[in-house]
Design a protein around this ligand. Structure first.
Ligand SMILES: Nc1ncnc2c1ncn2[C@@H]1O[C@H](COP(=O)(O)OP(=O)(O)OP(=O)(O)O)[C@@H](O)[C@H]1O
Ligand SMILES: [Mg+2]
Length: 309
């Protein structure tokens, strides 16, 4: 096989999940992810360098749901963008299901990696209808010769997928997405991710711009879809209570590194206050604002940034 056809064959396997690391042949299984020695710097002025990622190592088994918390500027978005291929790292590698995807372009990774950002405008096509958005998502990773069309059968599939949201969107298939609220758009983006048969889902503060009621609703939807789907999930959040409540692992990031990790058992046994205390102790920074520690569950528990070393 030539080099290019070998690469194409490996990509197809990543899309279908047909040949996972360890010889799995189960199609559509969630992908494992390995991040090894990832480093990303930005030059500031002539001599100053910011380490957005500093020799970061991370491994997720297929089906893991990792929540990621950390200070502003800790490198959380940079990590997700590097995994998605939107940013090129200076050093290190990214493996999905044991395949090195470090040099694979972002649009090619989009066939098996879905990313949802805080700004819903980046996640959905606002001028298109709900059905058209879902049709595009369901074509992701499929051969280009298949036409994007919204047949009666596909409309039923889309309606069935939307019913679980409990938002009535199944009755609004022909409405343009710009008529939807922020929470509805993010919920639609989550359904689009499941429709696209992505095997890795990257959520970057996807509830960050929503009001408290919508935040809770979108998190319920996230929980439902991630748990049901075959997607390994990385979820960045500033809501420490959510980071503890959802997912099976939690990492705290600080200054481009993973500072510590909690297992599912440790997550269950840890309170928001204890997590923030541990962060303060290990980072050597002043403890976060008291009112953040004692605010209610719907309020984002923001962690204050620590200075660069
Ligand atoms: N394009 C860029 N140019 C220069 N510096 C950048 C750029 N992108 C990110 N950085 C810097 O890299 C560091 C990590 O940024 P990143 O956006 O990953 O942090 P974050 O953990 O997502 O923060 P937040 O919680 O505020 O979203 C920060 O110091 C940031 O200022
Ligand atoms: Mg960010």
């Amino acid at each position: 096989m030539s080099d290019s056809s070998q690469v194409a064959a490996e990509e197809t396997e990543l899309v279908t999940g047909a040949a996972g690391h360890g010889g799995s042949t189960r199609a559509g299984h969630p992908a494992s992810l390995s991040v090894t020695g990832l480093t990303k710097t930005y030059k500031m002025g002539r001599d100053d360098v910011i380490y957005a990622l500093r020799d970061l190592h991370l491994h997720c088994e297929g089906g893991d749901w990792l929540t990621i918390v950390g200070t502003n500027g800790a490198g959380k978005s940079t990590l997700l963008r590097t995994v998605a291929g939107v940013i090129k790292a200076d050093a290190g590698r990214v493996d999905l299901d044991g395949r090195d995807i470090t040099r694979l372009a972002d649009y090619r990774r989009a066939r098996f990696i879905a990313r949802i950002e805080q700004d819903s405008a980046l996640n959905v096509a606002a001028s298109l209808t709900i059905a058209e958005n879902l049709a595009i998502a369901s074509m992701r990773g499929k051969p280009r010769r298949l036409r994007i069309g919204v047949t009666a059968r596909r409309r039923r599939t889309f309606a069935d997928a939307l019913v679980v949201l409990g938002m009535g969107l199944e009755r609004r298939l022909d409405s343009p997405v710009l008529e939807l609220s922020g929470g509805q758009r993010q919920a639609l983006a989550l359904v689009m991710a499941t429709m696209s048969h992505a095997r890795l889902l990257l959520l970057d503060e996807h509830t960050g711009q929503l009001d408290p009621t919508a935040v809770e609703r979108v998190m319920e939807v996230t929980d439902q879809l991630v748990t049901r789907s075959a997607m390994t999930t990385l979820m960045v959040t500033h809501n420490v209570e959510h980071a503890l409540r959802f997912g099976n692992r939690l990492i705290m990031m600080d200054r481009g590194r993973v500072m510590f990790e909690l297992s599912v058992e440790e997550k269950r046994a840890t309170t928001t206050a204890q997590l923030l205390e541990r962060f303060a102790k290990e980072s050597g920074s002043a403890l976060v604002d008291e009112e953040l520690l004692f605010s209610d569950a719907t309020t984002s528990h923001r962690i204050t940034p620590t200075p660069e070393p």
